[in-house]
Design a binder for this molecule. Structure first.
Ligand SMILES: C[S@@+](CC[C@H](N)C(=O)[O-])C[C@H]1O[C@@H](n2cnc3c(N)ncnc32)[C@H](O)[C@@H]1O
Length: 207
């Protein structure tokens, strides 16, 4: 009897595992569905309680250090600032944070680098929360806006920053064009995104 139960549970376990493994990623529906998903994750505080103010992956040095995962997200912002050269811009430079979430990066860019930051997101609840989390001393403000239709004139920013917003955006060319349009000539573009490997070209090798 005991062996039959072990057998049934093992089969069930393998079935669940293989279903999860072969499950396709959620398909993009529309800007509205992206906005309403982030609205509801913001209102139920799910992401904020788990991840804090940053909705992105962290920076882990090599060799891997055991590190608090919220600290890794903050470290990631500083790494990208230095890697992109944004730190070379003078204080008071205007920086646009495209897909700003609840403003985690924007606040660091304004508080610690002295930039004048505008954060935009397609989620109105994120913008509301970003404003709640931002004090009057911070030089950043937030607006609901679609990255594919930026309401700023050409060349109005010294720096454009975007972290992990691109995968949600259907038209990558327009996304890039809009960011470059509002960036002044010679300005700094800092983008970090995750990408999916082409499984046909580069198979996963466990060993
Ligand atoms: C993974 S979160 C990253 C948030 C933030 N950059 C951070 O690092 O904490 C993705 C962000 O992109 C925003 N986003 C997705 N599509 C957008 C669009 N078309 N226009 C503006 N923001 C968009 C989402 O609302 C969300 O704020």
């Amino acid at each position: 009897m005991q062996w039959i139960l072990i057998f049934i549970f093992s089969v069930l376990f393998l079935f669940i595992l293989s279903t999860l493994w072969f499950k396709k990623s959620r398909k993009y529906e529309s800007d509205n569905s992206v906005a309403s998903s982030y609205d509801s994750w913001t209102n139920d505080r799910l992401l904020e309680n788990l991840w804090g103010e940053h909705i992105h992956l962290g920076f882990y040095e090599k060799p891997r250090l055991k590190k608090d995962f919220r600290q890794a997200k903050i470290d990631f912002v500083h790494e990208l600032v230095h890697w992109s050269g944004l730190n070379k811009l003078p204080k008071g430079s205007r920086v646009l944070d495209v897909g700003c979430g609840i403003g985690g990066s924007s606040r660091i860019l304004s508080k610690e680098y002295g930039f004048d930051v505008v954060g935009i997101s397609i989620s109105k609840e994120q913008i509301k929360r970003a404003n709640e989390l931002t004090s009057n001393e911070d030089f950043c403000r937030f607006d609901v806006m679609n990255a594919l239709d930026l309401k700023f004139p050409e060349g109005s920013f010294d720096g454009v920053w975007s972290v992990e917003a691109g995968p949600h955006i259907s038209d990558k060319q327009k996304f890039a064009d809009e960011m470059l349009r509002v960036l002044r000539p010679g300005g700094v573009l800092a983008i970090a995104d995750w990408n999916q490997r082409d499984k046909n070209k580069d198979r996963l090798n466990f060993f």
